[in-house]
Design a binder for this molecule. Structure first.
Ligand code: A3D
Length: 320
């Protein structure tokens, strides 16, 4: 059986980490792509030179032309520019929107059968634009955010309770960013919902609220510490989990930015919801009933994503 080919569009902090992880996990051969000359080639060679030490077989190459991604089974997109001081959210949106148009055209031409995972921010709008620009079926194009947001929530909870991260599950809905909706009653330690743990005296409601808040601001916390960029290890791990579920048809149930067409009362938008990922892409959208404060928070989050999508439509009306 030939090895799967995985294309990484964008060879920056996350792209390089993804390539290294794919090698270490022997998930397939890697093509690193970037517009910066030498960077994808240099990272590919550097990681390839680590392969004899770590004992993995994976062919790693770097490229500046889209032909190199031909036939990829998975494409992970991190291409774009970060928000710089003085740059508005709309400036960032219009720059990265153009990037998504280029990337979408490249995928359409050379990897139309791939499962595509978008990571570029602003996530929920960029994955929407990438699906439009690539013309791929919506169930084959997803955004990575929920796995990362719920991983952060799980980590903070495990730390709070002094238990293994493996025994903590978390449920996060909504758009990526400060409007995300961590659902406390569906988050558990070994199956025990968090509200029960409060009753059992494991933590207080006030502590739980602080942890939810820290989760919502998890990205900003890392940016403030690093000063020169944003998180890349945990985002890369999260995208790898999604790629692995597709490549191995694991049918994992994970929160991703998925295309909604009526589910949760949302039409033609990407919003973070739990889905099943198997070898057909998004095989099922898990639709839970939301009520009260959770529904309010979800609707607020959807409205924020809608605002970004409307801005995209204004900048690039021909994407529709
Ligand atoms: P960075 O290290 O800047 O890498 C981005 C790469 O994209 C650079 O190497 C650029 O040269 C390249 N690039 C720019 N324009 C193009 C183009 N037109 N075609 C191909 N490549 C191009 O960033 P990073 O790896 O740290 O982050 C990548 C993206 O992920 C950013 O948009 C971040 O905001 C985003 N991000 C999202 C999350 C989520 O949870 C959704 C988390 C962390 C980062």
């Amino acid at each position: 059986m030939a090895r799967d080919k995985i294309a990484l569009i964008g060879s920056g902090q996350i792209g390089g980490t993804l390539a290294h992880m794919i090698g270490l996990k022997e998930l397939g051969d890697v093509v690193l792509f970037d517009i910066a000359e030498g960077v994808p080639q240099g990272k590919a060679l550097d990681i390839a030179e680590s392969s004899p030490v770590d004992g993995f077989d994976s062919k790693l190459t770097g490229a500046n032309s889209y032909e190199a991604i031909e036939g990829a089974r998975v494409v992970i997109v991190t291409a774009g520019v970060p928000r710089k001081p003085g740059m508005s959210r709309d400036d960032l949106l219009s720059i990265n929107l153009k990037v998504m148009e280029q990337v979408g055209a490249g995928i359409k031409k050379y990897a139309p059968d791939a499962f595509v995972i978008c990571i570029t921010n602003p996530l929920d709008a960029m994955v929407w634009a990438l699906q439009k620009a690539s013309g791929l079926p919506a169930k084959k194009v997803v955004g990575m955010a929920g796995v990362l947001d719920s991983a952060r929530f799980r980590y903070f909870l495990a730390d709070e309770f002094n238990v293994s991260v493996e025994d903590v599950t978390a449920f996060v809905l909504g758009g990526h960013g400060d409007t995300m909706v961590p659902l406390v009653k569906y988050s558990t330690v070994a199956g025990i919902p968090l509200p029960d743990l409060v009753k059992m005296g494991w933590t207080s409601q006030a502590r739980l609220d602080e942890i939810v808040d820290r989760t919502r601001n998890g990205g900003a916390e890392i940016v403030n510490l690093l000063k020169t960029g944003s998180a890349f290890y945990a985002p890369a791990s999260s995208a790898i989990a999604m790629a692995e579920s597709y490549l191995k048809d694991k049918k994992r149930v994970v929160p991703v930015a998925a295309h909604l067409n009526g589910e949760y009362g949302v039409k033609d938008m990407y919003v973070g919801v739990p889905v099943v990922i198997g070898d057909k892409g998004v095989e099922r959208i898990v639709e839970i009933e939301l009520a009260g404060k959770d529904k309010e928070a979800f609707d607020k989050s959807v409205a924020a994503v809608q605002g970004l999508v409307d801005a995209c439509k204004k900048i690039a009306p021909d994407l529709l």
